[in-house]
Design a protein around this ligand. Structure first.
Ligand code: CP
Ligand code: NVA
Length: 315
């Protein structure tokens, strides 16, 4: 059966650990894995964008090329998707050409339909609901900065402040639970993870020893945390800008809020940042910020993911 990576828990916690180890090896020896396509399984990969992207576009395009594959990057506006060709027909056609389809789109129903009709693996490069490739890079970044390797993820605390009801909040809750971390969500009512996400996290945490708490108090969320993460208040496709800025202003990641975290806490942001809104210049550019390592790690994490899913590294 074709395996897809549509959300964080489409892999097991053990597989997540394997992938993160492979990503770390790939970072240590960036060009030592250049011929993975010798297995003959990683030739062409379609990378499809229905929303804008800088990091995801470049990291997939470069990563696939570094693995010896051929990245075929298309935008909806420059393809027939933009003129209304169905996602199911697009899946059927692309499956005849490529070994995998990476896609950034809107609703999760859309990527689910693509996966249903594709005969090759489908990878989520961000939907409204999930950003699982980002979380592989985030966990990689946390592990490398905890200096003691992957086993240090277990028991590490992460505070996620701001809009926690969209892709980054959901993926942080699930992926960090899989890693056995303690997640503290600081978000106001209306911006907290949905009940089904929290219920799934509870199931995962019963196995991994992780935990999730949700509070509307940003100081309580951040207090003593090892990692502090945030994301845009107005994600792609959202329109209610003024209301969201008003609602989320108390959750800005600024020096005062970061001062509540552990002394050696690191700061993550998937980027792009909206400086002066969800994060200040002082925090983004400060010594605790690892956001550019995090952006780099998209490349290594996704090379690991593709090698593992289609390049034969899973055997
Ligand atoms: N973090 C992230 O996915 O960035 P892009 O939107 O630039 O791809
Ligand atoms: N939550 C943001 C993430 C961007 C990488 C968005 O969906 O726009």
């Amino acid at each position: 059966m074709t395996r897809h990576f549509l959300k964080d828990d489409d892999i097991t916690a053990a597989e997540q650990g394997d992938l993160l180890r492979l990503a770390a090896d790939m970072k240590d020896d960036r060009h030592g894995f250049d011929s993975l396509n010798q297995s003959g399984r990683l030739r062409s990969v379609a990378v499809v964008f229905e929303k804008p992207s800088t990091r995801t576009r470049l990291s997939f395009q470069i990563g696939i090329a570094e693995l010896g594959g051929n990245p075929v990057v298309i935008d909806s506006q420059s393809s027939q998707l933009g003129r209304g060709e169905s996602i199911a027909d697009t899946a059927r056609v692309l499956s005849r050409y490529v070994d995998a389809i990476v896609i950034r789109t809107f609703g999760d129903d859309r990527i689910a339909e693509l996966a249903e009709h594709a005969t090759v693996p489908v990878v989520n490069a961000l939907t409204d609901g999930w950003h699982p490739c980002q979380l592989l890079a985030d966990l990689h970044t946390i592990a490398e900065h905890r200096r003691a390797g992957l086993h240090m993820l277990r028991g590490t605390s992460i505070a996620y402040v701001g809009d926690a009801a969209f892709n980054m909040g959901n993926s942080t809750v699930i992926a960090c639970s899989m890693a056995g971390m303690h997640v503290r969500v600081g978000a106001p009512a209306g911006y907290q993870p949905a009940a089904d996400v929290l219920a799934r996290a509870a199931e995962i945490n019963a196995e991994t020893g992780g935990s999730v708490i949700v509070t509307d108090d940003p100081v309580k969320a951040v207090s003593g945390a090892d990692v502090v993460s945030t994301d845009a208040w107005l994600s792609m496709g959202m329109e209610d800008r003024e209301q969201r800025i008003t609602d989320l202003a108390p959750y800005q990641l600024n020096a005062a809020l970061l001062g509540q975290a552990a002394e050696d806490a690191i700061v993550l942001h998937c980027l792009p940042a909206h400086r002066g809104e969800e994060i200040t210049d002082a925090v983004m550019d400060g010594p605790q910020s690892k956001v550019f390592d995090q952006a780099e790690n998209r490349l290594h994490a996704q090379k690991a993911l593709l090698s593992w899913m289609i390049g034969g590294e899973r055997e």
